[in-house]
Design a protein around this ligand. Structure first.
Ligand SMILES: *[C@@H]1O[C@H](CO)[C@@H](O)[C@H](O)[C@H]1NC(C)=O
Ligand SMILES: *[C@@H]1O[C@H](CO)[C@@H](O)[C@H](O)[C@H]1NC(C)=O
Ligand SMILES: *[C@@H]1O[C@H](CO)[C@@H](O)[C@H](O)[C@H]1NC(C)=O
Ligand SMILES: *[C@@H]1O[C@H](CO)[C@@H](O)[C@H](O)[C@H]1NC(C)=O
Ligand SMILES: *[C@@H]1O[C@H](CO)[C@@H](O)[C@H](O)[C@H]1NC(C)=O
Ligand SMILES: *[C@@H]1O[C@H](CO)[C@@H](O)[C@H](O)[C@H]1NC(C)=O
Ligand SMILES: *[C@@H]1O[C@H](CO)[C@@H](O)[C@H](O)[C@H]1NC(C)=O
Ligand SMILES: *[C@@H]1O[C@H](CO)[C@@H](O)[C@H](O)[C@H]1NC(C)=O
Ligand SMILES: *[C@@H]1O[C@H](CO)[C@@H](O)[C@H](O)[C@H]1NC(C)=O
Length: 636
């Protein structure tokens, strides 16, 4: 018996075992993910000895790389256009696949083809399998030799995030080393200086049985190894540090990760040039063209590449929900984390929770859809550090110099009286605007304003119940800009308040108006009043420059990070100043306490397509802080 055959037999036994295991579980039909097209439940075995499939090189990443290109050669005497090649993880969905005829229309006659795959280190061996019968009736025909990374357990995929204190940076990474096997730590110090500090790391894992349902708990499952987080504390503000992850093995030898650098964050309130990137809904792309990913997150690689190119020109990133779009195909989390590593290892990568991380029926999410593919938040909460009191409740505050961010979790209740509402009020109330003039609210779902087509059809132009309670807070605490994702496009409003506080004459007037006329189209009527000034004299200076007394919160949807694009409602509400159904992200630059530049850039070219500036003095914010602000001072 040749080595190859013996490997195949081993593979068969496992597959047979798996098929029986898997068929005992009911599939949750989740057809949005490309990997869900592979009908693993219908797989049969039809091994053909005449088929040769080989993968080279045998050892990947011999110089410590975490990414490698692999060549797969096929010789198949009985080819068909239904043949496809996948890198299987035994028992579960493959990580990636391509049709065997990929970029070779002659394959269906010659049976020969050479495919290129890009693999990342995912802590296990790889092999490739040839299937016939298409994706829906797969027949396993042949399995390749095994290839492996030189150290499958290596510490990889560094990602930074703010800790709970302003002078604390967290480094999170992935490895194959359990804490019994090796002690994880980060070695770090001022860049260019000899003195190094070692900080210990905590270790977390994700268990298959902590997944709430399929596919995450069944065919989509993939072991994510060990997630380590180390806390680098007592940092000097705005100072460049170098660091690397390490593990001390039980025999005393060391395993090291790559060398990285980052610049620590400024002291809250400190005046310096401060640049923030915000976007939502990115997902991952496949640089080797596999999985037909272009149909799922078509803009993800362009966004990632623009941000990598622009790295020296910004200081912190907020990815505000719908992070990897793994949707229960858990191996995608490794691939997403590898994709953003050049960014996340250099600047704090702050995430928010979206429906694709969190939502699952009967799992405590506010919305009971199945968008997380059974992950129910567990994976995002484990793989990415956020400075929340309880990472399962994904809301937190964080500072970047003159910016104060209140990051909400739209997948948990935010309404008045809820735990989150109390947090948000506390977060907004705790900022000293003299020192931190730029107050930013963030949530995944549009809790403010969006004229996306489905919100438009609903007539609410928001996530139902979104504004009802929160606009009191935005108004009372004079929030400058509120950011949302979820809608896969860009939209910006004029400064706007809709809620009328009791005791205000105009508000009573409008509430009465509201009661009498309330119906689906009320919203556009009342808001037309708010932005009428702009509507009639929409000249460039008024939409591109704001100064003087603060009149409202600017709501921005920036969900075009990479996933399939959305579309807008036909009617453009008067409050909507700029809409763009394309991939892009926002950059905010605070030059000082009175000057902010806002830019929307497209991912395809990094050029600015919408922008405005705010020039404001402290008095302009506090002038009506005691609940006395008129609701529509724009029109006043
Ligand atoms: C092989 O593929 C080519 C190009 O897609 C197609 O025109 C041809 O009909 C196919 N031949 C067979 C035998 O399927
Ligand atoms: C490969 O086969 C698929 C169908 O299985 C077909 O849609 C595609 O056009 C073929 N590609 C080439 C390059 O022939
Ligand atoms: C396919 O590849 C094999 C091995 O490289 C070679 O012997 C054979 O001639 C090729 N067949 C065709 C039709 O090109
Ligand atoms: C310690 O163990 C590792 C992993 O087993 C091995 O690669 C390394 O050579 C060992 N080092 C020493 C000094 O024995
Ligand atoms: C990383 O830096 C350390 C010194 O801090 C050095 O000893 C090591 O060789 C560097 N590693 C790489 C891969 O450059
Ligand atoms: C809602 O109010 C508007 C304006 O008063 C009116 O034109 C429209 O017919 C009303 N719609 C419904 C469903 O009552
Ligand atoms: C607020 O409204 C007043 C009156 O319309 C206007 O003069 C001022 O420029 C506005 N402030 C901002 C920041 O837009
Ligand atoms: C703030 O920065 C802007 C833009 O660079 C500049 O024009 C302005 O003079 C600065 N203001 C102060 C008070 O430094
Ligand atoms: C990605 O960027 C390239 C280069 O600008 C552009 O040609 C391509 O259309 C972009 N892709 C998407 C999906 O936007």
């Amino acid at each position: 018996m040749t080595k190859r055959t013996s490997h195949c037999l081993k593979f068969f036994t496992i597959v047979l075992f798996c098929l029986s295991w898997v068929s005992a579980h009911r599939v949750h039909e989740y057809d949005k993910h490309p990997l869900s097209k592979f009908n693993i439940y219908k797989t049969t075995l039809g091994f053909r000895d005449s088929v040769i499939i080989t993968a080279t090189p045998l050892i990947l990443g011999s110089k410590g790389e975490d990414t490698a290109w692999v060549t797969v050669d096929l010789v198949n005497p009985d080819p068909s256009d239904d043949d496809w090649v996948a890198s299987p993880y035994l028992c579960t969905s493959p990580i990636k696949y391509k049709y065997a005829n990929f970029s070779n229309a002659n394959y269906n006659q010659t049976g020969n083809n050479t495919l290129k795959f890009q693999l990342i280190n995912q802590r296990a061996d790889f092999s490739f399998a040839l299937f016939s019968g298409g994706l829906s009736n797969p027949v396993l025909v042949a399995v390749s030799n095994v290839i492996t990374f030189s150290n499958p357990k290596a510490p990889l995929y560094a990602r930074l995030a703010h800790g709970k204190l302003w002078n604390e940076m967290t480094v999170t990474w992935t490895s194959g080393y359990s804490i019994d096997e090796a002690v994880p730590f980060v070695e770090w110090g001022l860049k260019g200086e000899e003195t190094r500090t070692r900080s210990p790391a905590g270790t977390l894992t994700v268990e298959q049985n902590s997944m709430c349902g399929a596919p995450a708990r069944t065919v989509g499952w993939h072991d994510l190894g060990f997630t380590h987080t180390s806390f680098l504390t007592n940092l000097w503000p705005n100072t460049v540090y170098s660091y690397r992850m390490g593990h001390i093995l039980s025999n005393g030898s060391y395993v090291w990760g790559k060398n990285y650098t980052f610049k620590s964050s400024p002291y809250p309130g400190q005046d310096s040039l401060q640049r923030v990137i915000i976007f939502g809904d990115m997902g991952k792309g496949e640089r080797d063209g596999s999985n037909e990913y272009s149909s799922k997150d078509p803009g993800a690689l362009n966004t990632t590449d623009q941000l990598i190119k622009d790295l020296p020109n910004y200081d912190i990133v907020f990815h505000i929900g719908d992070i990897s779009y793994a949707d229960g195909y858990v191996a995608d989390w490794d691939q997403f984390t590898a994709q953003v590593e050049p960014i996340a290892s250099a600047v704090p990568y702050m995430v928010a929770s979206g429906n694709h991380e969190r939502d699952w029926p009967d799992s405590g999410s506010f919305y009971t859809g199945t968008d997380s593919g059974g992950e129910c938040g567990v994976i995002a909460e484990t793989l990415y550090y956020v400075p929340a009191e309880n990472r399962a409740k994904f809301w937190y505050s964080t500072d970047y110099g003159m910016f104060h961010f209140c990051v909400a979790d739209s997948e948990h209740d935010w309404r008045k009286g809820s735990e989150q509402y109390k947090f948000l009020e506390q977060c907004l109330a705790s900022v000293d605007r003299r020192k931190q003039p730029w107050l930013i609210f963030v949530a995944h779902r549009p809790l403010g304003y969006s004229s996306n087509d489905w919100f438009g059809e609903e007539g609410s132009f928001e996530e139902p119940m979104g504004r009802d309670d929160l606009q009191r807070l935005w108004q009372k605490y004079r929030v400058d800009i509120a950011f949302y994702g979820h809608v896969h496009a860009y939209e910006r409003t004029c400064p706007i308040y809709q809620l009328m506080l009791p005791g205000n004459a105009l508000s009573l007037h409008i509430s009465r108006f509201l009661k009498v006329n309330f119906n689906e189209s009320w919203f556009s009527l009342s808001t037309s009043e708010q932005c009428s000034h702009l509507k009639t004299t929409r000249v460039k200076s008024e939409v591109s420059h704001y100064s003087g007394t603060m009149n409202g919160t600017i709501h921005v949807v920036v969900g075009g990070g990479g996933h399939r694009l959305g579309s807008f409602f036909d009617t453009i509400p008067t409050w909507s100043l700029y809409r763009d159904a394309d991939w892009g992200f926002v950059k905010m630059t605070a030059f000082n306490r009175s000057s902010l530049l806002f830019e929307y850039k497209k991912s395809r070219d990094g050029e600015v397509y919408d922008s405005f500036t705010i020039n404001r003095e402290y008095n302009d914010v506090i002038s009506c802080v005691h609940d006395s602000c008129g609701p529509s001072t724009l029109a006043a």
